[in-house]
Write a protein that binds this ligand. Structure first.
Ligand code: HEC
Length: 178
């Protein structure tokens, strides 16, 4: 009996020691790898529609349709949009001007890429970054969907500049129509 108790106690010590080790290891494993970790999730799309799919019937709007038509060839998979919590007040008020800084990001896990919007001197700086190391993987090819110029053109001009009038943030459909 004594032996059994000792064995149980030993197991408990081992168990608590290993859970302690796990506790200690967890924060390191979860250490922020990207600057947007911990930002506020604002909307998401589980599956990026295939080319040729009409999203208007599924609650999408014209802007989303153009976006789908632009990116379906890249097969980017679903996405999650995050906004910098420091900018959330402006976002919620649908403000038209953000201060300089990192504003939003659209994370495409499947292709390991993130679309990023920063503001500098009131103008958007758009980029495509690798989730793995944060380095830019934007294209320099004219008209390429991953060329920042393509991003800018849409966020600047689409639907009479609806994104531009929201500080270059495109929001989701609800955001754009209200
Ligand atoms: C044809 C139009 C179009 C193009 C091109 C485009 N976007 Fe967007 N972008 C949108 C739309 C529409 C949304 C909102 C998506 C939704 O409603 O689900 C959006 C959302 C975003 C967001 C999330 C924050 C926000 O504005 O709501 C970021 C960041 C972003 N785009 C950056 C980029 C970058 C970087 C590129 C180029 C690599 C790019 N976009 C190209 C239309 C476009």
């Amino acid at each position: 009996m004594k032996k059994l108790l000792a064995a149980v106690a030993a197991t408990m010590i081992v168990a608590s020691a290993s859970s302690f080790a796990a506790d200690k290891a967890a924060p390191a494993a979860k250490a922020p790898a990207n600057y947007w970790d911990g930002w506020t999730k604002v909307y998401s799309l589980d599956m990026f529609p295939e080319c040729g799919v009409n999203v208007l019937g599924a609650g999408g709007d014209d802007i989303l349709q153009v976006t789908v038509d632009t990116y379906c060839g890249v097969k980017p998979g679903g996405y999650v949009a995050y906004i910098n919590p420091k900018m959330m007040d402006i976002y919620k008020k649908k403000g038209n001007k953000y201060p300089d800084g990192q504003i939003g990001v659209l994370v495409f896990k499947k292709i390991g890429a993130a679309f990023t919007t920063d503001i500098k001197d009131g103008k958007p700086i758009m980029d495509v970054k690798a989730i793995a190391d944060g380095k830019s993987i934007a294209s320099k090819e004219k008209g390429h969907p991953l060329n920042p110029e393509t991003c800018f053109n849409c966020h600047e001009t689409i639907q009479k500049g609806v994104c531009k009038s929201h500080g270059y943030v495109c929001g989701d459909v609800v955001f754009r129509t209200k």
